[in-house]
Design a protein around this ligand. Structure first.
Ligand code: NAD
Length: 292
């Protein structure tokens, strides 16, 4: 059997187009131009790339982007002061503090300083807390995990009552993905580095979300026949034949898993493009709410 490919690139492009149209409609209706502020502390090259990509897509969709950069040795007070200024700025509808922050900064306090109405990344403790509680709705949901759920639904996965396994329990991917699956009425198992027999747990999964950060660790014979597999991992592996000397692979051994699964995301081109698309959606929603 060869699995259906869950094409995150195309799905994310459709979402971006909808957001672009939504921006025009909002402005035509007398609303504000949505604005996203990015806060980059330090010079982590991956973070610089992510912020650049986010700002570029803002430009393509008519969302105004306000880039703020602070040096790696910025103090806690400086970062929080900037966040508070952005909270007060009516042109800013979303505030994105690029993670990870340099060592020494209190990440939770900085995320808590963001006005929850502008928490388009969904990492404010109140938004995460609401995600964890029955009957409570967060204002915003973290974009990568939300993208995983969108991909599953677009692929036609039945989430209600399904056995879902999330490999990884990080604050930014694994844990919120698991909470979202619970909200969808799946029966969820969360695995992590101390899980005794990851392979056996994965073999029970109707839905498998892999967010570990280990190249191709999840093998084909760990996949339950007919499972839906969402591979969040983005890992560089050396490849002398590739132009850059490396290629990107996921946490799942794609070529093996595709023979067993019902549907699977590729890496790249699966979950990756969904993150920025979700951020743009959240920024538009926030601007709409500011209008109403
Ligand atoms: P992380 O390092 O914060 O967390 C990794 C998790 O995997 C931890 O909970 C850890 O317990 C678990 N883990 C590690 N080794 C394990 C093992 N042997 N068995 C079972 N569990 C194990 O990573 P993260 O930030 O959650 O990111 C995970 C992956 O997703 C990375 O490859 C990252 O690049 C990728 N990622 C992609 C996107 C995107 O596509 N937009 C966004 C964020 C992260």
């Amino acid at each position: 059997m060869t699995a259906r490919l869950i094409d995150g690139k195309t799905i994310a492009a459709d979402i971006r187009q909808e957001v672009g149209e939504g921006v025009e409609e909002l402005i035509a209706a007398g609303g504000p131009r949505p604005g996203l502020a990015t806060v980059l502390v330090g010079e982590n090259p991956a973070s610089q790339t992510y912020v650049r990509m986010k700002r570029k897509v803002c430009g393509e969709l008519g969302i105004e982007s306000f880039g703020h950069e602070l040096p790696a040795d910025a103090s806690q007070e400086e970062v929080e002061k900037l966040v508070k200024e952005l909270n007060a700025d009516p042109k800013v509808h979303g505030i994105l503090v690029q993670l990870p922050l340099p060592a020494g900064l209190d990440e939770e306090a900085i995320l808590r300083a963001i006005d929850i109405e502008k928490d388009v990344d969904g990492f404010h403790p109140v938004n995460i807390g609401r995600l964890a509680q029955k009957g409570r709705e967060p204002l915003f949901v973290p974009c990568t995990p939300a993208g995983c759920i969108t991909l599953l639904k677009k692929a036609g996965a039945e989430l209600e009552g399904a056995n879902a396994v999330v490999a990884g329990r990080s604050n930014i991917v694994g844990m919120p993905a698991a909470l979202l699956l619970v909200k969808e009425n799946a029966t969820v198992t969360i695995c992590h580095s101390r899980t005794r027999d990851l392979a056996s747990v994965c073999r029970e999964a109707d839905i498998l979300i892999a967010a570990i950060g280990r190249p191709e660790m999840i093998r084909g014979d760990w996949i339950k026949p007919g499972a839906y597999v969402i591979d969040v991992g983005i890992n560089r592996v050396d490849d002398p034949e590739a132009k850059r000397g490396y290629r990107l692979v996921g946490d799942v051994a794609f070529d093996e898993a595709k023979e067993i699964a019902e549907a699977i995301t590729p890496v790249p081109g699966g979950v990756g493009p969904m993150t920025i698309a979700g951020l743009m959606q959240n920024t538009l929603r926030s601007a709409r709410r500011a209008m109403s």
